[in-house]
Design a protein. Structure first.
Length: 123
């Protein structure tokens, strides 16, 4: 019984998780004509930079409804169409895009600024 329950939980968890390989396929079929990877050019932003500056959930959220979200994401205009993808395909492509850049902007540690008094007293 334990083995059956463990198997069911494992299968359920893996089904709900996004798939990078499936996401790459979605990218090639739906995104590659406008979005490059590693600076190849295109109408839309390079996905390596998107992966660096956005959380995976943000990528998925934007891909689902780009027209109503472009201003909130800091873009001045939107040329991206609404894609006719299934919910899992949005998760997969967001997982793929996020995987392009292992180091993220929000991982950078900021150094604390020193107070002028501290700086002057140490000279």
């Amino acid at each position: 019984m334990k083995r059956l329950l463990t198997s069911v939980l494992f299968l359920t968890a893996t089904t709900l998780m996004a798939d990078i390989e499936a996401g790459e396929k979605v990218y090639r079929e739906n995104c590659a004509m406008c979005h490059s990877i590693n600076g190849g050019g295109g109408m839309g932003p390079d996905f390596n930079m998107v992966a660096y500056s956005r959380h995976k959930e943000e990528i998925e959220y934007y891909a689902k409804d780009p027209y109503s979200l472009y201003k909130a994401f800091g873009y001045s205009a939107n040329a991206m169409p609404t894609l006719p993808l299934e919910a899992q395909e949005f998760k997969d492509v967001a997982e793929y895009i996020s995987s392009l850049q292992p180091f993220k902007k929000w991982m950078i540690k900021s150094t604390p600024k020193q107070d002028n008094n501290e700086t002057n007293s140490t000279k």
